[in-house]
Design a protein around this ligand. Structure first.
Ligand SMILES: [Zn+2]
Length: 408
């Protein structure tokens, strides 16, 4: 049973390597993941040797199938398999060791991150026949994905940094033969914790903070819209009368958005009313046990959302079939819609209106929510395992407002 003991060795290496970045939610994922024994995936992360400019920062991630059968892995936008500029990597300062063997008291602040937030649904993605939405690796096969991280990270000091995956990115979503989805932990290279960190050094001459900021979402050409007419005539000549509310949207897309906005406003109004009354199963299902600090956070989010769908601007240039929408949290009020959005119903579960609520909560002036869990079952599990993250999870807000099935 060489194979199974190797798997266990890799699994335990992954568990110990992951320990410093763990969070309660990661623990619950881990407990879930250990039920699925048949896969053995390994990850290697390699940054460019020196980082002189955060506007020119890349990391290569290699995923290796060490198992004995082929794996079909979803290209989750928060995983290394996707180049979306989501929060997939962390850069942590490594204290330098002096000649006396003592570690310097260098700042241990991790680099701060500015990332996009994407609405994605693994179940919807797994149902698509499109080969863009997953990666298939045969036994022994590997794939390297180069991540352009320009504009995403701001460093506080020069020195050595370790690059590591976020707790969520240590897991990959594998589509099993029966169509179910397993969260499979990817083993990092075995060894001590520092040995598993890919090192990046930042020389004293380096620029520490990005000058450009986050200017693209990580999909080539995604944010770049070239108007062929404007290119021909020069922008001064072109004064197209266009609704500033929409960018790159067809008339059909505009009417679909206009149909969803009143539902989104109703969802928000209804959520506000509910939250000012007696909280019951509807609250606890999506946000977990009631604690005053947490209920206040949720109330604040919906209060901030009031009237916002009418202020949002919408960009329809994204075609990614497995993704609903994304935002730059600091760039209110633009919401970007992608392929899955157009197939969604106007209201109801995972609807257009619900997606507008979801994306709205990500904006830093509204809720600064993250995407800790996707899908109804993911959001319900999160409410039970980590309600502190539940009240900061965008999909939890969406399902609470869609209220389908209806709860009181
Ligand atoms: Zn999201």
């Amino acid at each position: 049973m060489l194979y199974s003991s190797l798997f266990l060795a890799l699994l335990s290496a992954s568990l110990s390597a992951a320990a410093p970045s763990t969070h309660d939610h990661a623990h619950s994922l881990r407990a879930h993941a250990t039920r699925d024994g048949g896969h053995s995936l390994q990850l290697q992360v390699k940054p460019q040797d020196d980082m002189n400019d955060p506007d020119d920062l890349t990391v290569a991630a290699t995923i290796i199938n060490n198992g004995s059968k082929a794996v079909k892995i979803l290209n989750d936008p928060n995983s290394v398999l996707s180049t979306w500029k989501t929060h997939t990597f962390d850069f942590v300062a490594i204290p330098s060791v002096g000649p006396d063997g003592l570690k310097s008291k260098a700042s241990s602040l991790p680099a701060s991150v500015d990332a996009i937030r994407v609405k994605y649904n693994p179940t919807v993605a797994a149902s698509l026949e499109d080969s863009d939405v997953y990666t298939v690796l045969q036994p022994g096969e590997s794939k390297t994905i180069v991540h352009d991280l320009s504009g995403m990270y701001n460093f506080h000091t020069v020195g050595s940094y370790g690059v590591r995956l976020t707790a969520a990115a240590e897991y990959l979503r594998v589509v099993e033969d029966d169509g179910s989805i397993s969260m499979v932990p990817a083993a990092l290279s075995a060894g001590s914790e520092t040995a598993t960190l890919a090192l990046l050094s930042i020389p004293s001459t380096a620029t520490l903070t990005s000058r450009k900021g986050l200017v693209n979402a990580g999909k080539p050409g995604l944010d770049v819209f070239v108007d062929p007419l404007a290119a021909h005539l020069g922008s001064r000549m072109v004064r197209r009368v266009e609704d500033p509310k929409f960018k790159n949207c067809t008339a059909e897309q505009q009417s679909a958005i206009n149909e969803a906005i009143p539902f989104a406003n109703q969802y928000i109004e209804n959520a506000n009313q509910y939250l000012n009354g007696t909280l019951g199963e509807r609250y606890t299902t999506w946000f977990g046990a009631q604690m005053e600090n947490r209920t206040e956070i949720v109330k604040g989010h919906y209060a901030n959302l009031t009237g916002m769908p009418d202020k949002f601007q919408f960009d329809c240039s994204c075609n990614q079939p497995d993704t609903y929408a994304y935002v730059y949290p600091n760039k209110f009020p633009t919401v970007y819609f992608c392929g899955a959005f157009w197939r969604a119903p106007a209201n109801g579960t995972d609807s257009k209106a619900g997606t507008i609520v979801h994306e709205g909560t990500h904006f830093t002036n509204i809720g600064s929510t993250d995407d800790y869990a996707y899908g109804q079952s993911g959001a319900k599990d999160l409410a039970k395992s980590d309600p502190d993250q539940g009240v900061m999870n965008a999909d939890s807000h969406e399902y609470f407002s869609e209220n389908n099935p209806q709860l009181d």
